[in-house]
Design a protein around this ligand. Structure first.
Ligand code: PGA
Length: 236
C-alpha cells in the first residue's frame, strides 16, 4: 500500500489549507481509498482537522522543546493543541537552506521519538556528491543517519536527492532503485522517494522495487493534482 505525503513548504494559507484538507478527506472517504496519506501544512495552518484514519496531518518542523524561549520556533505544546503527532525531520531545505546540522537534527529526532511521534526522516545528497558516484553518494547518505535510531518503530524514511528537489529534474529509475536497495539492505523501514515527483511519473516511481511511496512538494500543491496522485497510486 502506497504512502503519499504532501509537503506544503511555505505555501497555502490557513483558509486554503482547510479546504485542501477537507477535499482530500472527502476524496479518500468517498472513493474508499486506503493509501496512507500525510499532509504537512505550514505551522500557522495547523488545526484540529477531523479526518479519516488514513489521512494524517503533520508538522514540517518544530524545535526540540515543549516550550521556552526560542524565538520563531514552535514546540510540542503548540502541536499538542491540534493533536499533531507526526513530523518531518532532516528535510534538505532545513539542512541546506536553514543550516540545521546533523547534531541538531539528531537532537530533534531524539526529542520527538521520545514523545512517540511518527517521524518522516529525510536524507539525500547534493549534486556535487552525486557526480562522484554511487559509493560516495551512499557514504554521504549514511552520514545522515549519525545519531538517528533507525530501529524506531514509528519511522518512515524519505530519500530526496537535493538536486532533484524543486528543480523539475526527477532522479532516474535506476538512481532511485540503486539508492533505495542499498538503504533498505541496512534499514528495514518504509522508504519514500521525493524530488520532482509529478502527476505523470508518480505511479511509475511508486511501483519501483524498494519504493514504498512518495514525498511530494510542488506537484502536490494543487488539490486536483494531489487527488490524481493519490488515485494513480491507490492500488500499489
Ligand atoms: P518537490 O519537493 O516535489 O517540489 O521536488 C519535494 C520535497 O522537498 O519534499
Amino acid at each position: 500500500m502506497s504512502i503519499i505525503a504532501s509537503n506544503f513548504k511555505t505555501n497555502h494559507t490557513r483558509k486554503s489549507t482547510a479546504s485542501f484538507v477537507q477535499e482530500v478527506n472527502i476524496f479518500l472517504e468517498s472513493n474508499e481509498i486506503s493509501s496512507e496519506v500525510y499532509l504537512f501544512p505550514s505551522s500557522t495552518s495547523l488545526n484540529s482537522f477531523q479526518t479519516v484514519s488514513n489521512l494524517t496531518l503533520g508538522a514540517q518542523n518544530a524545535y526540540a522543546t515543549q516550550n521556552g524561549s526560542f524565538t520563531g520556533e514552535i514546540g510540542s505544546l503548540q502541536l499538542d493543541e491540534f493533536s499533531i503527532k507526526t513530523i518531518l525531520i532532516g528535510h534538505s531545505e532545513r539542512r541546506h537552506v536553514l543550516g540545521e546540522s546533523q547534531e541538531e537534527i539528531a537532537k530533534k529526532y531524539a526529542f520527538y521519538k521520545e514523545l512517540g511521534y511518527k517521524i518522516i526522516y529525510c536524507i539525500g545528497e547534493p549534486l556535487e556528491v552525486k557526480e562522484t558516484g554511487l559509493e560516495k553518494t551512499l557514504e554521504y547518505v549514511y552520514e545522515q543517519f549519525v545519531g538517528i535510531d533507525t530501529n524506531y518503530e514509528n519511522l518512515i524514511l524519505a530519500y530526496e536527492p537535493v538536486w532533484a528537489i524543486g528543480t523539475g529534474v526527477t532522479a532516474t529509475n535506476d538512481d532511485i532503485t540503486k539508492v533505495h536497495s542499498a538503504i533498505k539492505s541496512k534499514i528495514d523501514k518504509p522508504l519514500l522517494y521525493g524530488g520532482s515527483v509529478k502527476v505523470n511519473n508518480v505511479r511509475e516511481i511508486c511501483a519501483l522495487d524498494g519504493v514504498d511511496g512518495a514525498l511530494i512538494g510542488t506537484a502536490s500543491w494543487i488539490v486536483e493534482d494531489f487527488k490524481q496522485i493519490i488515485d494513480s497510486t491507490k492500488d500499489l
